[in-house]
Structures are given as C-alpha cells and as structure tokens.
Design a protein around this ligand. Structure first.
Ligand code: KIV
Ligand code: NA
Length: 274
C-alpha cells in the first residue's frame, strides 16, 4: 500500500471521525501509526520536548530532525509537519522555499501553517506549486504575543472573523484546517460550511476530526492541564514511580542483581547475547 496523501485525507470528510495525534520521535510514531489517520510533527515539540517557553523559538532544523525521526516510524498515517515561526510569514516565496525544504529533507507529503485570511495568498501559492497545506486558525500559538495569551478565539463578534478565516483558507486550497480553542458551536458551523475536514483541538465534538498533543493525552507531565486535554494515561506519574524505585534499589545495593550481571565464563551452548 502507498502511504496516504492529503487528497485521501480530504476526501474522508463526512465519513468516520478523523483521528489525529502529534508525534516527535520514531518510537512514538510507531505507537500512534496503527491508530491514526494523520500524525502531526507539531511545533509544540519546542515546549513539549525542548522545554521552550513557547513555540516561537522552534527552528527549521528542529522540525527537520523530528520530522525525519517521525517519518521512520510511520507506514499508514498521513504525515504533516508544522512550519515554524518565522519560516513562512514574510512572503509566499519564503514559505515555498521552507516548505519545499521540510518536504525534501523529511519525505513528509504536507505542511501546516498558522493563520487565516492573511495567509490565504501563501496557501494558494504553495498548493499551486505542489505543497499540500493544512491550515490552522482560531488560537494560533505562534501569535501568542499579539493575541495576548492562549485564550479562546471566536466568541461573540469574533466568531465572524474566525468563519471568514475558515472560508479563506479553504478557498485558498488548504486540504484540511485545524480549529484550536474555538467555541464548540462555531466549530460545528464551520465544519458544516466547509468542504474540507476540520480537525479540532479544544473545539468541541462537531469537527470532522480531533487532534491532541501526545504528551498531554498520555499525562507525561503534570504542570500543564488545559480544559480541552483529556488524559488517557498518567505516564509521568508512572515514570516518576519507576525512577524512584530504581534510585532506591541502587542506593540499597539491590540493583543490579545476579540476573543482570555477567559471569566470568560464557554460558555454553545457548548462544545468548553475552
Ligand atoms: O503544534 C501542535 O502540536 C499543533 C497541534 C496542537 C494542532 O499545532
Ligand atoms: Na503547531
């Protein structure tokens, strides 16, 4: 089977809900691949993996390195790579140069970029030149400094702007659009209005699909718990318990035991790794 293309994903609007997650490494890509329709190498990796205070410090090199790692772990999900802050906003030409580099150096068949009406020209420029684009509207974290925080976007009078953004990116040729932290009713209206799939994060149940940051839904850390994240595991707490047990056993002289240690002479015919 050939890997899925953005057009396949786009054509699945209106069928079963589309399942999407982020991944940043090969082993996690292998874990999510059997279950997902789309895997995003999100620039959330700046905060989640690299400890940055926002996504603004994420570089092309970081996206390429993690994009390559994720691509090694995917066989059946559509891969999408985020364009980092500063790599596409200046001009359609700058966006094309960097999108082409992301695709060429990782093998991913699509990119995602943030912005609505003001990015429509760039989305059209990219799609006309062979770069499938996933749009991202509502809360756009790369604009945290102008938005003034990670607040809900699209309440009251702002709803018209978000609807106009959605229509603009769809008309420009985006194959799908992420709706982040948009009121649920508005997200449903956008979903019914557009011919392309909407993928929600904090945008309620009426989108065509859902996405979460993998580390958030696995509960890998405990200091960030937005309302829209559901924790399906507590891997951070499990890891802390395991690390504590290891530390205790090393300090008590209980680890390593004989079963983790090597004898003076090789064990004879079994052929185990020595
Ligand atoms: O960077 C990211 O993980 C994202 C998703 C949350 C949509 O953009
Ligand atoms: Na992102």
């Amino acid at each position: 089977v050939r890997p899925p293309l953005p057009a396949d994903f786009q054509s699945r609007k209106g069928a079963a809900p589309l399942v999407c997650l982020t991944a940043y490494t090969t082993p996690v890509a292998r874990l999510v691949d059997p279950h997902c329709d789309l895997v995003l190498v999100g620039d959330s990796l700046g905060m989640v993996i690299h400890g940055l205070p926002s996504t603004l410090g994420v570089t092309m090199e970081m996206m390429i390195l993690h994009g390559q790692a994720v691509m090694r772990g995917l066989t059946r999900s559509l891969a999408v790579i985020d364009m980092p802050f500063g790599s596409y906003e200046e001009s359609p030409q700058q966006a094309f140069r960097n999108a082409a580099r992301l695709m060429a150096e990782t093998g991913a068949p699509a990119v995602k970029l943030e912005g609505g009406q003001h990015m429509a020209e760039t989305i059209a420029f990219l799609t006309a030149r062979g770069v499938p684009v996933m749009a991202h509207i509502g809360l756009t974290p790369q604009s945290v400094n102008t938005l003034g925080g990670y607040k809900v976007v699209g309440r009251d009078a702002e709803a018209e702007t978000v609807m106009a953004d959605a229509r603009a990116v769809a008309a420009a040729g985006a194959f799908s659009v992420v709706l982040e932290k948009v009121p649920a009713t508005l997200a449903g209206q956008i979903t019914r209005d557009l011919a392309i799939p909407t993928i929600g994060i904090g945008a309620g149940p009426d989108c065509d699909g859902q996405i979460l940051v993998i580390d958030d839904m696995l509960g890998l850390f405990t200091d960030f718990r937005p309302k829209f994240v559901k924790r399906y595991a507590s891997l951070g707490a499990d890891a802390a318990t395991a690390i504590g047990a290891y530390a205790d056993e090393v300090r008590a002289g209980q680890f390593p035991g004989a079963e983790h240690s090597f004898a003076d002479t090789a064990p004879q015919p079994k052929g185990n790794r020595s």
